[in-house]
Each structure stands twice: as C-alpha cells, then as structure tokens.
Design a protein around this ligand. Structure first.
Ligand code: AMP
Length: 275
C-alpha cells in the first residue's frame, strides 16, 4: 500500500494507479462502515485510494476537533488489510496554505438539518472534498448513507461544478442492535451506549407507520416523544424529499426520515428510507 503525505508523493503514487481510481475520503478512526466503502470501491474493479484528514473547517468553535479520535497506525493497518492501494495523509498546511482564498458556498440540500444546526459545517466539508477530488483525481468517490445529507450536498456540488467524478452512496453499516457505526460511538458511556439503539428503533417504527399510511406529522411527533422519554434530545426527526431534503408531509418515492439526537455529550445521526 502506497502512503503519501506530500502533494509530490501523492502525484507520484497517483500516476502509478491508472485512470479509473476509486476514492474513499475519511477522517480516520476507521471502523467497518469505512471499510464497507473500501470494499464497494474494490468491487468496482479499479484501484482504491483513501484519505485520512481531520478537517478543521468542518468543526464549529464549540465542537470536538481537538478531541476527535486519531488512530493513524491502526487505520493504516485496516486499510492495508482491506486491500487499499493508496492512502493520502495531508496535513493542515497542505490543505489550507495561507494564501488560500476560495471556499465553496452552498444552498439547497445544505440549508436545513445539520446545515442549520452546524453553521459552516457543509461549506467546510464541500471545500475539503473538492480539494481532495482535485488532488486525488478519482473517477468514482464513495460516501456513506449514514451521512445522508452529506451525500446529497456532495452530489449537488459535483453536478454544479461539473466535476468529473461519480458519487456512489453506500448503505449504513450497523451494530447488531441497530446503532449506526460511528467514530464517535467510543465516547458513549456504557449507559448511553445501551440507550443509543433507540434512535434507529424509532426510525424503523416511524418508517413502517408512514409506509402503512399513518399520519406523517403525528408519527414524527410520536417518535420525538419516544426519544425524549428515553433521555435522548432530538434535534430533528423529519420526513424529507430524498434529493432536495425539504420536509414533506405526504409520502413520495424515495422519501427518507433524517434524524439527529443528543445523548449525553454525543450527537447521534441516522436516517432511513421509507418505502
Ligand atoms: P468520517 O470519517 O466520519 O468522515 O466518514 C467517512 C465516510 O464514511 C463518510 O462517507 C461516511 O458517511 C462514511 N461512514 C461513516 N460511518 C458509516 C457507517 N456506519 N456505514 C457506512 N458508511 C459510514
């Protein structure tokens, strides 16, 4: 597995990998969810590159940038074992040189939900992903549906900026009890870890109710009340159009429920398709 820490090394490594490169951008602290993206990229038959970069610009001032888990040695072992061909490990100065003057501005699917609760988050994500695409030059890039809004934001950005990369969304990998894998789950106390699957349990119940024709507003309210009764504080729990991410009150093809809830010091993020 090739490892590049400078643009020069990245360019040399990239030149050896052929045109049809698959790419998996990450912030490290890798788990089976990340590895599912590598697997999907490999299954496409091309060589696979991953990046590990904890991107400071997508964290708000009161968020956990400094405390975000950094486990580089273990991550590299996992990527090598998964058959990844290249790992790109830029530092902050490489990604954000002092003369840098360009940030991507977003509207549409970036406006609500995480975009409203974490101002500037998606501008940070979109800008770093655009830079990574320019550096790695993949033909396909793989993102997890765990961060469903992020997939829609990146898909919109790629279309709007005519970037020559195909975005591929991969289903969420979960613990046996339904909790979506996340690098931050390690920070859940034992008690909160036991409560955490309640978010996905309520997503499943609500999706089944809405699919069965129950009232959307009442179903979503019931789910929020259930979460609150279990000590989770929902930030949102809404039925949305799968592309625009605008809230809807009648079921349409591909509709999705997006949810986020605080549990102690951790925010849980999840979603489900309604069909
Ligand atoms: P992160 O390192 O958290 O920025 O995530 C890197 C990529 O892995 C993103 O595309 C995430 O959506 C994806 N990802 C994170 N958790 C999961 C999961 N449980 N299942 C599938 N993909 C995931």
């Amino acid at each position: 597995m090739l490892i590049a820490r400078t643009i020069k090394d990245l360019n040399t490594a990239r030149a050896s990998l052929g045109a049809a490169l698959g790419f998996v951008p990450t912030m490290g602290a890798l788990h089976e969810g990340h590895l599912a993206l590598i697997e999907a990229a490999k299954a496409n038959g091309a060589r696979v590159a991953a990046s590990i970069f904890v991107n400071p610009t997508q964290f708000g001032p009161s968020e956990d940038f400094t405390r975000y888990p950094r486990t580089e040695a273990a991550d590299l072992e996992k990527l090598a074992a998964a058959g990844c061909h290249l790992v790109w490990l830029p530092d902050v100065a490489t990604m954000y040189p002092p003369e840098g003057a360009t940030t991507i501005t977003l509207s549409g699917p970036a406006t609500r939900w995480e975009g409203a609760i974490r101002p500037g988050h998606f501008a940070g994500v979109a800008t770093v992903v655009a830079k990574l695409f320019g550096q790695v030059r993949p033909a396909r890039a793989y993102f997890g549906e765990k961060d469903f809004q992020q997939v829609q934001v990146i898909t919109r950005m790629v279309a709007d900026l005519c970037l020559p990369v195909k975005i591929v969304a991969i289903p969420t990998i979960r613990e046996p009890d339904g909790l979506a894998l996340s690098s931050r789950n390690r920070f859940l106390s034992q008690q909160d870890r036991a409560l955490a699957p309640i978010l996905y349990a309520n997503l499943r119940t609500a999706a089944a109710s809405i699919a069965a024709g129950k009232d959307v507003t009442k179903t979503l309210e019931d789910a929020c009340n259930n979460l609150t009764a279990s000590n989770l504080s929902p930030d949102y729990f809404n039925l949305v159009d799968a592309t625009s991410l605008e809230p809807i009150t009648n079921l349409t093809a591909g509709a999705r429920i997006l949810a986020a809830a605080k549990l102690g010091p951790i925010r849980l993020l999840d979603n489900i398709a309604v069909s």
